[in-house]
Design a protein around this ligand. Structure first.
Ligand SMILES: Cc1ncc(COP(=O)(O)O)c(C=O)c1O
Length: 461
Protein backbone atom coordinates (compact mmCIF):
# COMPACT_ATOMS: atom_id res chain seq x y z
CA UNK A 1 0.00 0.00 0.00
CA UNK A 2 1.29 3.45 -0.84
CA UNK A 3 2.04 6.01 1.84
CA UNK A 4 0.46 9.41 2.30
CA UNK A 5 2.64 12.34 1.17
CA UNK A 6 5.39 13.05 3.67
CA UNK A 7 4.91 9.74 5.49
CA UNK A 8 7.64 7.10 5.37
CA UNK A 9 5.84 4.19 7.00
CA UNK A 10 8.84 1.84 7.13
CA UNK A 11 11.04 4.42 8.87
CA UNK A 12 8.28 5.40 11.31
CA UNK A 13 7.53 1.78 12.17
CA UNK A 14 11.17 1.01 12.77
CA UNK A 15 11.61 4.06 15.02
CA UNK A 16 8.33 3.33 16.81
CA UNK A 17 9.42 -0.22 17.58
CA UNK A 18 12.76 1.03 18.83
CA UNK A 19 11.73 4.12 20.79
CA UNK A 20 8.02 4.46 21.46
CA UNK A 21 6.09 2.89 24.32
CA UNK A 22 2.33 2.75 23.83
CA UNK A 23 0.06 3.09 26.85
CA UNK A 24 -1.93 0.14 28.18
CA UNK A 25 -0.67 -1.83 25.17
CA UNK A 26 0.87 -5.27 24.93
CA UNK A 27 4.00 -4.25 23.02
CA UNK A 28 4.77 -7.83 21.93
CA UNK A 29 1.83 -7.51 19.53
CA UNK A 30 4.09 -5.46 17.29
CA UNK A 31 7.00 -7.88 17.12
CA UNK A 32 5.85 -8.96 13.65
CA UNK A 33 3.20 -6.40 12.89
CA UNK A 34 2.99 -2.68 12.20
CA UNK A 35 1.67 -0.34 14.88
CA UNK A 36 -1.58 1.29 13.87
CA UNK A 37 -0.64 4.78 12.78
CA UNK A 38 -3.06 7.70 12.63
CA UNK A 39 -1.66 10.65 10.74
CA UNK A 40 -4.52 13.07 10.14
CA UNK A 41 -8.06 13.91 11.21
CA UNK A 42 -10.97 15.73 9.66
CA UNK A 43 -14.46 16.03 11.15
CA UNK A 44 -15.67 12.67 12.45
CA UNK A 45 -12.91 10.75 10.65
CA UNK A 46 -9.20 10.02 11.04
CA UNK A 47 -6.80 8.66 8.42
CA UNK A 48 -3.88 6.25 8.58
CA UNK A 49 -0.50 6.39 6.86
CA UNK A 50 -1.96 4.91 3.68
CA UNK A 51 -4.90 7.32 3.52
CA UNK A 52 -7.45 4.79 4.76
CA UNK A 53 -10.38 6.46 6.54
CA UNK A 54 -11.77 5.45 9.95
CA UNK A 55 -14.89 6.69 11.70
CA UNK A 56 -13.70 7.90 15.09
CA UNK A 57 -16.36 6.15 17.15
CA UNK A 58 -14.52 6.83 20.42
CA UNK A 59 -13.55 10.49 19.85
CA UNK A 60 -9.93 9.38 20.19
CA UNK A 61 -10.34 8.49 23.85
CA UNK A 62 -13.61 10.26 24.77
CA UNK A 63 -11.91 13.53 23.88
CA UNK A 64 -12.63 14.95 20.39
CA UNK A 65 -16.10 16.36 21.03
CA UNK A 66 -16.02 18.88 18.15
CA UNK A 67 -14.24 16.49 15.78
CA UNK A 68 -10.88 16.76 14.09
CA UNK A 69 -9.16 19.39 11.99
CA UNK A 70 -10.82 22.55 13.35
CA UNK A 71 -8.50 25.32 12.21
CA UNK A 72 -10.15 28.01 14.36
CA UNK A 73 -9.34 26.11 17.56
CA UNK A 74 -5.78 25.32 16.49
CA UNK A 75 -5.27 28.97 15.49
CA UNK A 76 -6.50 30.19 18.88
CA UNK A 77 -3.72 28.08 20.42
CA UNK A 78 -1.12 29.40 17.98
CA UNK A 79 -2.11 33.03 18.64
CA UNK A 80 -1.82 32.46 22.37
CA UNK A 81 1.59 30.80 22.02
CA UNK A 82 2.83 33.91 20.20
CA UNK A 83 1.37 36.25 22.84
CA UNK A 84 2.32 34.28 25.96
CA UNK A 85 3.23 30.63 25.51
CA UNK A 86 3.70 29.83 29.15
CA UNK A 87 3.56 31.20 32.60
CA UNK A 88 2.76 29.18 35.72
CA UNK A 89 -0.36 29.38 37.85
CA UNK A 90 1.99 29.15 40.82
CA UNK A 91 1.56 32.66 42.23
CA UNK A 92 0.57 34.25 38.87
CA UNK A 93 -2.66 34.38 36.91
CA UNK A 94 -2.92 34.72 33.14
CA UNK A 95 -5.83 36.20 31.17
CA UNK A 96 -6.92 33.00 29.39
CA UNK A 97 -6.94 30.95 32.62
CA UNK A 98 -9.05 33.67 34.26
CA UNK A 99 -11.46 33.86 31.33
CA UNK A 100 -11.82 30.10 31.14
CA UNK A 101 -12.34 29.76 34.91
CA UNK A 102 -15.09 32.40 34.75
CA UNK A 103 -16.73 30.70 31.77
CA UNK A 104 -16.66 27.26 33.40
CA UNK A 105 -18.05 28.74 36.62
CA UNK A 106 -20.96 30.17 34.58
CA UNK A 107 -21.63 26.80 32.97
CA UNK A 108 -21.24 24.67 36.09
CA UNK A 109 -24.26 23.63 38.14
CA UNK A 110 -25.19 25.43 41.39
CA UNK A 111 -22.49 27.04 43.48
CA UNK A 112 -19.44 25.48 41.78
CA UNK A 113 -17.55 28.61 40.91
CA UNK A 114 -13.86 28.02 41.63
CA UNK A 115 -11.58 26.24 39.17
CA UNK A 116 -8.33 24.50 40.06
CA UNK A 117 -6.66 23.54 36.78
CA UNK A 118 -4.60 20.41 36.11
CA UNK A 119 -3.30 18.91 32.88
CA UNK A 120 -5.17 15.59 33.01
CA UNK A 121 -8.04 13.63 34.46
CA UNK A 122 -5.87 11.62 36.84
CA UNK A 123 -4.45 14.84 38.24
CA UNK A 124 -7.96 16.26 38.58
CA UNK A 125 -9.10 13.20 40.55
CA UNK A 126 -5.99 13.21 42.70
CA UNK A 127 -6.37 16.96 43.30
CA UNK A 128 -9.95 16.41 44.47
CA UNK A 129 -8.81 13.79 46.97
CA UNK A 130 -5.99 16.02 48.22
CA UNK A 131 -8.36 18.97 48.56
CA UNK A 132 -10.87 16.83 50.47
CA UNK A 133 -8.15 15.65 52.86
CA UNK A 134 -6.71 19.09 53.49
CA UNK A 135 -10.15 20.71 53.72
CA UNK A 136 -11.23 18.31 56.45
CA UNK A 137 -7.95 18.70 58.35
CA UNK A 138 -8.35 22.46 58.18
CA UNK A 139 -11.93 22.50 59.50
CA UNK A 140 -11.10 20.18 62.41
CA UNK A 141 -12.11 16.76 61.03
CA UNK A 142 -8.59 15.38 60.51
CA UNK A 143 -9.58 11.70 60.42
CA UNK A 144 -11.53 11.97 57.16
CA UNK A 145 -9.31 10.54 54.44
CA UNK A 146 -11.13 7.56 52.91
CA UNK A 147 -12.66 7.66 49.45
CA UNK A 148 -15.49 5.51 48.15
CA UNK A 149 -15.67 4.53 44.49
CA UNK A 150 -17.71 2.06 42.50
CA UNK A 151 -16.76 -1.46 41.45
CA UNK A 152 -14.64 -1.59 38.27
CA UNK A 153 -14.76 2.21 37.84
CA UNK A 154 -11.75 3.88 36.24
CA UNK A 155 -10.61 7.15 37.78
CA UNK A 156 -7.02 7.38 36.50
CA UNK A 157 -3.60 5.85 36.83
CA UNK A 158 -1.33 8.01 39.00
CA UNK A 159 -0.93 6.30 42.37
CA UNK A 160 -3.52 8.40 44.21
CA UNK A 161 -6.06 8.18 41.40
CA UNK A 162 -5.26 4.48 41.05
CA UNK A 163 -6.23 3.95 44.68
CA UNK A 164 -9.67 5.30 43.71
CA UNK A 165 -9.79 3.31 40.46
CA UNK A 166 -11.54 0.02 41.14
CA UNK A 167 -10.13 -2.30 38.48
CA UNK A 168 -8.14 -4.92 40.40
CA UNK A 169 -6.15 -6.01 37.33
CA UNK A 170 -4.51 -2.64 36.71
CA UNK A 171 -3.86 -1.99 40.42
CA UNK A 172 -2.18 -5.27 41.39
CA UNK A 173 1.34 -4.52 40.08
CA UNK A 174 1.47 -1.27 42.06
CA UNK A 175 0.25 -2.40 45.46
CA UNK A 176 0.48 -1.22 48.13
CA UNK A 177 -1.38 1.87 46.98
CA UNK A 178 -2.22 4.88 49.18
CA UNK A 179 -4.62 3.74 51.92
CA UNK A 180 -8.27 4.69 51.99
CA UNK A 181 -9.92 3.36 48.82
CA UNK A 182 -13.23 1.65 49.60
CA UNK A 183 -15.48 -0.13 47.07
CA UNK A 184 -19.23 0.32 46.61
CA UNK A 185 -21.53 -1.24 43.98
CA UNK A 186 -21.94 0.31 40.56
CA UNK A 187 -25.25 0.66 38.71
CA UNK A 188 -24.93 -2.30 36.33
CA UNK A 189 -28.61 -3.25 36.24
CA UNK A 190 -27.96 -5.98 33.65
CA UNK A 191 -26.08 -7.84 36.38
CA UNK A 192 -28.15 -6.65 39.36
CA UNK A 193 -28.51 -8.92 42.40
CA UNK A 194 -31.61 -11.16 42.17
CA UNK A 195 -33.68 -9.38 44.82
CA UNK A 196 -33.71 -6.12 42.79
CA UNK A 197 -33.17 -7.56 39.31
CA UNK A 198 -36.69 -6.72 38.09
CA UNK A 199 -36.96 -3.19 39.40
CA UNK A 200 -34.67 -0.46 38.01
CA UNK A 201 -35.62 2.11 40.67
CA UNK A 202 -35.37 -0.34 43.59
CA UNK A 203 -31.98 -1.47 42.29
CA UNK A 204 -30.82 2.18 42.21
CA UNK A 205 -31.93 2.80 45.77
CA UNK A 206 -30.23 -0.39 46.92
CA UNK A 207 -26.97 0.63 45.18
CA UNK A 208 -27.17 4.10 46.78
CA UNK A 209 -27.98 2.66 50.21
CA UNK A 210 -24.88 0.48 49.95
CA UNK A 211 -22.94 3.75 50.10
CA UNK A 212 -24.51 4.49 53.47
CA UNK A 213 -23.71 0.98 54.67
CA UNK A 214 -20.08 1.41 53.55
CA UNK A 215 -19.82 4.76 55.34
CA UNK A 216 -21.20 3.24 58.55
CA UNK A 217 -18.91 0.22 58.25
CA UNK A 218 -15.82 2.38 57.75
CA UNK A 219 -16.88 4.93 60.39
CA UNK A 220 -18.42 8.19 59.09
CA UNK A 221 -15.71 10.26 60.79
CA UNK A 222 -13.11 8.59 58.51
CA UNK A 223 -14.81 9.10 55.13
CA UNK A 224 -13.88 12.16 53.08
CA UNK A 225 -15.53 11.71 49.70
CA UNK A 226 -17.37 9.49 47.27
CA UNK A 227 -16.23 9.54 43.63
CA UNK A 228 -18.92 8.72 41.06
CA UNK A 229 -19.21 9.24 37.31
CA UNK A 230 -22.62 10.38 36.04
CA UNK A 231 -22.51 7.37 33.68
CA UNK A 232 -19.81 4.88 34.62
CA UNK A 233 -17.60 4.17 31.63
CA UNK A 234 -15.65 1.12 32.72
CA UNK A 235 -17.81 -1.97 32.42
CA UNK A 236 -19.62 -0.45 29.45
CA UNK A 237 -21.79 2.56 30.31
CA UNK A 238 -23.88 2.22 33.45
CA UNK A 239 -26.39 5.10 33.59
CA UNK A 240 -27.88 5.97 36.99
CA UNK A 241 -31.30 4.52 37.84
CA UNK A 242 -34.04 7.04 38.70
CA UNK A 243 -33.65 8.37 42.24
CA UNK A 244 -30.06 7.12 42.55
CA UNK A 245 -28.27 10.45 42.68
CA UNK A 246 -30.94 12.09 44.89
CA UNK A 247 -30.35 9.30 47.43
CA UNK A 248 -26.55 9.53 47.09
CA UNK A 249 -26.72 13.29 47.72
CA UNK A 250 -28.93 12.72 50.78
CA UNK A 251 -26.50 10.14 52.20
CA UNK A 252 -23.46 12.37 51.60
CA UNK A 253 -25.22 15.26 53.37
CA UNK A 254 -26.23 13.03 56.28
CA UNK A 255 -22.62 12.02 56.97
CA UNK A 256 -20.80 15.16 55.85
CA UNK A 257 -19.11 13.30 52.97
CA UNK A 258 -18.18 15.19 49.77
CA UNK A 259 -19.79 14.08 46.52
CA UNK A 260 -17.26 14.22 43.69
CA UNK A 261 -18.75 13.90 40.22
CA UNK A 262 -15.91 12.56 38.07
CA UNK A 263 -16.87 14.01 34.70
CA UNK A 264 -13.60 13.44 32.88
CA UNK A 265 -15.68 11.68 30.22
CA UNK A 266 -19.25 12.82 30.90
CA UNK A 267 -18.78 16.63 30.81
CA UNK A 268 -18.74 18.87 27.74
CA UNK A 269 -21.64 17.49 25.82
CA UNK A 270 -21.05 13.74 26.01
CA UNK A 271 -24.50 13.44 27.64
CA UNK A 272 -26.07 16.47 25.93
CA UNK A 273 -25.21 18.88 28.78
CA UNK A 274 -22.09 20.76 29.76
CA UNK A 275 -21.98 18.62 32.90
CA UNK A 276 -23.49 15.18 33.48
CA UNK A 277 -24.72 16.25 36.94
CA UNK A 278 -27.16 18.61 35.19
CA UNK A 279 -28.63 15.80 33.15
CA UNK A 280 -29.39 13.73 36.23
CA UNK A 281 -30.30 16.68 38.46
CA UNK A 282 -27.80 16.44 41.30
CA UNK A 283 -25.46 18.94 42.87
CA UNK A 284 -21.87 17.72 43.38
CA UNK A 285 -19.42 19.32 45.83
CA UNK A 286 -16.62 18.88 43.30
CA UNK A 287 -16.64 18.17 39.56
CA UNK A 288 -13.47 16.78 37.98
CA UNK A 289 -13.06 17.30 34.23
CA UNK A 290 -10.46 16.97 31.42
CA UNK A 291 -10.63 15.49 27.88
CA UNK A 292 -13.55 17.30 26.15
CA UNK A 293 -12.79 20.70 27.71
CA UNK A 294 -10.32 21.24 24.85
CA UNK A 295 -11.58 18.50 22.50
CA UNK A 296 -7.94 17.39 22.55
CA UNK A 297 -6.45 20.38 20.74
CA UNK A 298 -4.24 20.81 23.85
CA UNK A 299 -4.15 18.99 27.19
CA UNK A 300 -6.12 20.38 30.14
CA UNK A 301 -8.05 19.15 33.16
CA UNK A 302 -9.26 20.54 36.43
CA UNK A 303 -11.72 20.54 39.26
CA UNK A 304 -14.63 22.86 39.96
CA UNK A 305 -15.42 23.49 43.62
CA UNK A 306 -17.66 25.82 45.60
CA UNK A 307 -16.56 28.73 47.74
CA UNK A 308 -17.69 26.63 50.70
CA UNK A 309 -14.76 24.25 50.12
CA UNK A 310 -12.50 27.15 49.26
CA UNK A 311 -13.38 29.05 52.44
CA UNK A 312 -10.59 27.73 54.69
CA UNK A 313 -8.12 28.73 51.96
CA UNK A 314 -9.45 32.24 51.33
CA UNK A 315 -8.66 33.80 54.68
CA UNK A 316 -5.63 33.54 56.94
CA UNK A 317 -2.47 31.57 56.21
CA UNK A 318 -3.81 28.31 54.84
CA UNK A 319 -2.61 27.34 51.35
CA UNK A 320 -3.68 24.39 49.20
CA UNK A 321 -0.22 22.83 48.98
CA UNK A 322 -0.59 21.43 45.51
CA UNK A 323 0.41 22.47 42.00
CA UNK A 324 1.39 21.24 38.54
CA UNK A 325 3.77 23.10 36.23
CA UNK A 326 1.65 22.97 33.09
CA UNK A 327 -1.79 23.25 34.75
CA UNK A 328 -3.88 26.07 33.32
CA UNK A 329 -1.37 26.43 30.48
CA UNK A 330 -2.28 29.61 28.55
CA UNK A 331 -2.33 27.77 25.22
CA UNK A 332 -4.62 25.05 26.59
CA UNK A 333 -6.94 27.65 28.12
CA UNK A 334 -7.11 29.62 24.85
CA UNK A 335 -7.90 26.39 23.02
CA UNK A 336 -10.60 25.50 25.58
CA UNK A 337 -12.25 28.90 25.10
CA UNK A 338 -12.23 28.42 21.32
CA UNK A 339 -13.59 24.89 21.78
CA UNK A 340 -16.49 26.25 23.87
CA UNK A 341 -17.13 28.86 21.16
CA UNK A 342 -17.63 25.99 18.69
CA UNK A 343 -20.04 24.32 21.14
CA UNK A 344 -22.10 27.53 21.20
CA UNK A 345 -21.92 28.43 17.51
CA UNK A 346 -22.91 24.95 16.38
CA UNK A 347 -25.24 24.15 19.27
CA UNK A 348 -23.52 20.83 19.87
CA UNK A 349 -25.50 20.15 23.03
CA UNK A 350 -28.65 20.62 20.94
CA UNK A 351 -27.29 18.22 18.33
CA UNK A 352 -26.73 15.51 20.94
CA UNK A 353 -30.15 16.03 22.49
CA UNK A 354 -31.87 16.03 19.11
CA UNK A 355 -30.09 12.90 17.85
CA UNK A 356 -29.46 10.74 20.90
CA UNK A 357 -32.73 8.82 20.51
CA UNK A 358 -31.77 8.03 16.90
CA UNK A 359 -28.31 6.90 18.02
CA UNK A 360 -29.84 4.60 20.60
CA UNK A 361 -32.44 3.23 18.15
CA UNK A 362 -29.76 2.54 15.54
CA UNK A 363 -27.54 0.69 18.01
CA UNK A 364 -30.53 -1.23 19.37
CA UNK A 365 -31.01 -2.80 15.95
CA UNK A 366 -28.01 -4.92 16.94
CA UNK A 367 -30.14 -6.59 19.59
CA UNK A 368 -31.12 -9.18 16.98
CA UNK A 369 -27.56 -10.58 17.04
CA UNK A 370 -27.05 -13.57 19.37
CA UNK A 371 -23.82 -12.10 20.78
CA UNK A 372 -25.40 -8.80 21.89
CA UNK A 373 -26.58 -8.97 25.49
CA UNK A 374 -27.45 -5.34 26.09
CA UNK A 375 -27.11 -1.91 24.50
CA UNK A 376 -26.92 0.77 27.21
CA UNK A 377 -25.95 4.38 27.71
CA UNK A 378 -27.19 7.92 27.30
CA UNK A 379 -26.35 10.86 25.05
CA UNK A 380 -23.50 9.98 22.69
CA UNK A 381 -22.06 7.44 25.11
CA UNK A 382 -22.88 3.74 24.72
CA UNK A 383 -21.70 0.32 25.75
CA UNK A 384 -22.72 -2.92 24.06
CA UNK A 385 -22.29 -5.95 26.29
CA UNK A 386 -21.34 -9.15 24.53
CA UNK A 387 -22.55 -12.49 25.87
CA UNK A 388 -22.22 -16.17 25.12
CA UNK A 389 -25.88 -16.80 25.88
CA UNK A 390 -28.50 -14.11 25.48
CA UNK A 391 -31.07 -15.83 27.69
CA UNK A 392 -28.90 -16.83 30.64
CA UNK A 393 -26.63 -13.77 30.14
CA UNK A 394 -23.63 -16.07 30.51
CA UNK A 395 -20.45 -14.17 29.79
CA UNK A 396 -17.24 -15.35 28.15
CA UNK A 397 -14.49 -16.98 30.22
CA UNK A 398 -10.99 -15.49 30.26
CA UNK A 399 -9.74 -17.60 27.35
CA UNK A 400 -12.72 -16.79 25.19
CA UNK A 401 -12.43 -13.09 26.02
CA UNK A 402 -8.78 -13.16 25.10
CA UNK A 403 -9.50 -14.87 21.80
CA UNK A 404 -12.57 -12.80 21.01
CA UNK A 405 -11.53 -9.31 22.09
CA UNK A 406 -7.76 -9.24 21.69
CA UNK A 407 -7.46 -11.97 19.10
CA UNK A 408 -10.24 -10.84 16.80
CA UNK A 409 -12.60 -7.96 17.59
CA UNK A 410 -10.24 -5.03 18.15
CA UNK A 411 -8.34 -5.76 14.95
CA UNK A 412 -11.43 -6.62 12.90
CA UNK A 413 -13.26 -3.40 13.88
CA UNK A 414 -10.19 -1.35 13.03
CA UNK A 415 -9.78 -3.13 9.67
CA UNK A 416 -13.44 -2.46 8.94
CA UNK A 417 -12.84 1.26 9.44
CA UNK A 418 -14.37 1.83 12.88
CA UNK A 419 -12.42 3.06 15.88
CA UNK A 420 -14.13 1.98 19.06
CA UNK A 421 -13.06 -0.06 22.00
CA UNK A 422 -13.44 -3.73 22.80
CA UNK A 423 -12.94 -3.85 26.55
CA UNK A 424 -12.96 -6.72 29.03
CA UNK A 425 -12.04 -4.97 32.22
CA UNK A 426 -15.51 -5.97 33.41
CA UNK A 427 -17.66 -8.22 31.27
CA UNK A 428 -16.76 -7.85 27.56
CA UNK A 429 -18.20 -4.71 25.99
CA UNK A 430 -17.82 -2.53 22.91
CA UNK A 431 -17.63 1.13 23.87
CA UNK A 432 -18.79 4.01 21.69
CA UNK A 433 -18.47 7.76 22.18
CA UNK A 434 -18.42 9.46 18.77
CA UNK A 435 -17.86 13.19 18.17
CA UNK A 436 -20.85 15.33 19.12
CA UNK A 437 -21.21 16.44 15.50
CA UNK A 438 -22.29 12.95 14.38
CA UNK A 439 -25.68 12.40 12.77
CA UNK A 440 -27.70 9.50 11.38
CA UNK A 441 -25.26 8.70 8.56
CA UNK A 442 -22.52 8.08 11.12
CA UNK A 443 -24.81 6.03 13.35
CA UNK A 444 -25.66 3.87 10.33
CA UNK A 445 -21.98 3.39 9.52
CA UNK A 446 -21.27 2.35 13.13
CA UNK A 447 -24.19 -0.09 13.11
CA UNK A 448 -23.21 -1.66 9.79
CA UNK A 449 -19.59 -2.24 10.79
CA UNK A 450 -20.58 -3.65 14.17
CA UNK A 451 -23.20 -5.91 12.57
CA UNK A 452 -20.76 -7.49 10.16
CA UNK A 453 -17.86 -7.82 12.63
CA UNK A 454 -20.02 -9.14 15.48
CA UNK A 455 -21.67 -11.64 13.13
CA UNK A 456 -18.23 -12.90 12.14
CA UNK A 457 -17.15 -12.99 15.81
CA UNK A 458 -20.13 -15.18 16.70
CA UNK A 459 -19.23 -17.65 13.97
CA UNK A 460 -15.77 -18.00 15.54
CA UNK A 461 -16.91 -18.83 19.05
C1 LIG B 1 -13.74 8.94 34.71
C2 LIG B 1 -12.28 9.15 34.48
N1 LIG B 1 -11.53 9.73 35.44
C3 LIG B 1 -10.21 9.94 35.27
C4 LIG B 1 -9.57 9.58 34.11
C5 LIG B 1 -8.10 9.82 33.95
O1 LIG B 1 -7.88 10.78 32.99
P1 LIG B 1 -6.41 10.96 32.31
O2 LIG B 1 -6.21 9.79 31.42
O3 LIG B 1 -6.55 12.26 31.57
O4 LIG B 1 -5.44 11.04 33.42
C6 LIG B 1 -10.31 8.98 33.09
C7 LIG B 1 -9.65 8.59 31.82
O5 LIG B 1 -10.22 8.01 30.94
C8 LIG B 1 -11.69 8.75 33.27
O6 LIG B 1 -12.42 8.15 32.33
Amino acid sequence: MSNQPGIDNAALQEAAKRNLWLHFTRMSTFADADMPLIVRGSGQYVYDQHGKRYLDGLSGLFVSQIGHGRAEVAEAGARQACELAYFPLWSYANPRAIELAARLADLAPGDLNRVFFTTSGSEAVESAWKLAKQYFKTIGEPDRYKVLSREIAYHGTSLGALAITALPGIKAPYEPLPAGGVRIPNTNFYRAPGFVADDWAAFGLWAADEIERAILREGPESVAAVFIEPVQNSGGCFPPPPGYFARVREICDRYGVLLVSDEVICAFGRLGYYFGAERYGYQPDIITFAKGVTSGYAPLGGMLVSDRLMEPFIEGHTTFLHGITFAGHPVSCAVALANLDVFEKEDLLGNVRANEAAFRATLEKLNDLPIVGEVRGDGYFYGIELVKDKVSRETFDDDESERLLRGFLSQALFSAGLICRADDRGDPVIQLAPPLTCTQEHFNEIEQVLRSVLTEAWSRI
